[in-house]
Design a protein around this ligand. Structure first.
Ligand SMILES: [Zn+2]
Length: 307
């Protein structure tokens, strides 16, 4: 009786120790989940494609807003100061991030995913001579710079995940190559003289250069001046001069200035394109690959249908 009571006690104690041990390990694992912050939806999607479920991702700029003119919230500062790593596009688009990091987390580990890209430069408006940040609109730059930069940073942060990240990055890079091939084929349907892409913000420089278009815009980059009477008058002149048959608007900026241009010149608005943001999570174009496909289908349907 004494013996079996003692044995029972020992078993009970051992059980309690094991249970506490398991709870402790579980909690430690949850604490170990790496926290990564990205600046806006496009960077979020690209990072997620490599990181999978090994990191917890937070993103600052809400879907559909301009990353150029974002004003960080107190919760962003909190997230950044607690993050293991922050990914930004760089090339000046998140100018608000630099001062924010200096204030709240000067030692923060930060990676600009455009590192190594030879950028185009702005040539119109107040930011002339500054780099054009919209490099993600060329999928080959995403494949050859964005993804390798993301991959290197994740492996450095989490070496145990190396194989996992590498496999995911390689699969995604293959899809980006296929997207590029597909865009090349689609653009063939547009006659050379109709390959003119006119949008509100001149965000598509990397896209037009990659696929043989000319570009037109009301303003070159989202800043304080979006659609001044002078900008609108200039675009109207160039649309008439180049006999542009259709113009486009974007999801992340007001459609009103381009509607005025279209009314004035008598050309249709060919559709709504994505540039600086994906669509809401769960919708058809909530990711980079789909938003690019949507853009190309929209552009080709309109400009490819013109004699
Ligand atoms: Zn932009």
């Amino acid at each position: 009786m004494r013996f079996s009571f003692k044995t029972g006690m020992v078993i009970a104690v051992v059980c309690i120790v094991i249970i506490l041990g398991l709870l402790f390990v579980q909690e430690a694992r949850e604490d170990e989940q790496l926290k990564v912050v990205t600046t806006y939806s496009i960077i979020h999607d690209l990072v997620e494609n490599v990181a999978g479920d090994r990191v917890e991702l937070d993103t600052m700029v809400p879907i559909g807003e301009e990353p150029e003119e974002y004003e960080p919230l107190p919760e962003d500062m909190q997230n950044v100061s607690e993050a293991d790593l922050v990914f930004s596009n760089g090339l000046g688009i998140e100018h608000w991030l630099v001062s924010m990091i200096q204030n709240v987390a000067p030692d923060q580990n930060m990676v600009e995913v455009t590192e190594g890209i030879e950028p185009f430069y702005l040539y119109d408006g107040g930011l002339q001579g500054e780099p054009d940040p919209h490099a993600w609109l060329d999928p080959i730059l995403v494949r050859d710079y964005y993804i390798p930069n993301i991959l290197d940073a994740l492996i450095e942060l989490d070496p145990e995940g190396e194989e996992y990240y590498q496999q995911r990055a390689a699969e995604y890079q293959k899809e980006l190559g296929e997207l590029d091939q597909w865009i090349e084929e689609q653009v063939e349907q547009i006659s050379v003289e109709n390959r003119i892409l006119v949008t509100s913000e001149g965000a598509y420089r990397y896209f037009v250069e990659a696929y043989g278009f000319e570009e037109g815009f009301i303003w070159q980059i989202n800043a304080h001046e979006e659609g001044t009477p002078q900008q609108i008058a200039d675009l109207i002149d160039s649309i008439r001069e180049q006999e542009v048959k259709a113009v486009f608007v974007e999801t992340s900026v007001s459609h009103r200035p381009m509607e005025r241009v279209a009314e004035e010149v008598g050309v249709p608005i060919g559709g709504v394109l994505y540039s600086d943001s994906t669509d809401e999570p769960g919708s058809e174009n909530d990711n980079y690959l789909s938003m690019m496909e949507h853009n190309v289908v929209t552009i080709v349907e309109v400009l490819g249908g013109i004699e």
